[in-house]
Design a protein around this ligand. Structure first.
Ligand SMILES: [Zn+2]
Length: 79
């Protein structure tokens, strides 16, 4: 599946609750982040897996796109 096909399907889990035309996402940072145009939540793509959790999106809502970090691994390494 290409990223473009992926973008046709997936939506921001917060905004989709308003209807199927809501919560369209834009790929940013060389395709490592998904940004919701509507609410400003940002979802990391970790190891090709989009992490579409509202709690995750909430963490980055006030972070400008240009300041988003590398998304990192899907499962954080234990210390
Ligand atoms: Zn949203």
């Amino acid at each position: 599946m290409t990223n473009q096909e992926l973008l046709e399907i997936i939506r921001c889990p917060a905004c989709i609750q308003k209807g199927p035309d809501h919560g369209k996402l834009t790929l940013e940072r060389d395709g490592s982040w998904l940004v919701c145009d509507e609410c400003g939540r940002k979802y990391p793509i970790r190891e090709d897996v989009p992490v579409l959790l509202i709690e995750e999106g909430d963490k980055w809502v006030n972070t400008p796109v240009e300041e988003l970090p590398e998304p990192g691994p899907l499962v954080p390494a234990t210390a």
